[in-house]
Design a protein around this ligand. Structure first.
Ligand code: HEC
Length: 176
């Protein structure tokens, strides 16, 4: 009896989740908007650039997030734990504390010289979820940066974006 009830509840939950397609879409948009603000606030863009194309900077060679092959789980892990031995900071408070060790089972001492840099801004789990959704939905796998992407990020009248007005894109110049 009890198992049957649980099964019924599970099936109903799945149906409800399936029917909520539209609600999920707008929830995704809200998550991406939140993620974009985290991308700025946590200074991901300071190292990876606004479009995630990466390049040399004060954190060393920040990899291109446009070309990343990492899965969502792997990106979450990278943002939480940073990358030992590189300039990629960890962002989860206590990531390398003695008691905790969620990052490859290492504490500060074990990480030693490989210890990733401290972040300028610590992120909560929700912030990390949001910024990773933003990276996956709007940056990963996007090819070369376009003028449209630039105006969407900075606002349509931004002159910063003129550098992306390459051949074939002139017609999208805002305001002529
Ligand atoms: C201080 C500079 C700096 C900041 C800030 C920074 N990163 Fe990085 N990031 C790096 C560097 C350098 C690497 C390359 C590490 C390597 O060589 O393996 C990297 C690598 C990554 C990777 C791995 C890409 C791959 O394909 O292996 C991801 C994902 C990533 N960063 C996301 C982020 C996000 C999201 C933020 C903001 C929360 C952020 N980074 C903030 C410097 C930075």
């Amino acid at each position: 009896m009890r198992t049957t009830n649980l099964l019924t509840m599970f099936l109903i939950a799945m149906l409800v989740a399936g029917a909520g397609g539209q609600a999920v879409d707008s929830a995704d948009k809200a998550l991406d908007a939140e993620g974009k603000s985290v991308f700025r606030r946590a200074n991901c863009m300071g190292c990876h650039k606004w479009d995630g194309s990466g390049g040399g900077g004060y954190g060393g060679d920040a990899l291109s997030l446009r070309q990343t092959q990492l899965s969502r789980e792997q990106i979450i892990m990278t943002v939480e734990c940073g990358r030992p031995g590189t300039g990629m900071p960890y962002h989860m408070r206590g990531a390398y504390d003695d008691s905790n060790k969620p990052c490859s089972g290492m504490d500060r001492q074990q990480a030693g010289v490989q210890m990733p840099p401290e972040p300028t801004t610590y992120l909560r789990a929700n912030d990390i979820k949001a910024v990773v959704a933003y990276v996956i939905d709007t940056i990963k796998g996007k090819g070369s940066t376009t003028h449209a992407e630039c105006t969407a990020f900075w606002g349509s009248d931004s002159r910063v974006c003129n550098v992306y007005l390459g051949a074939g894109q002139q017609q999208s110049r805002p305001g002529g």
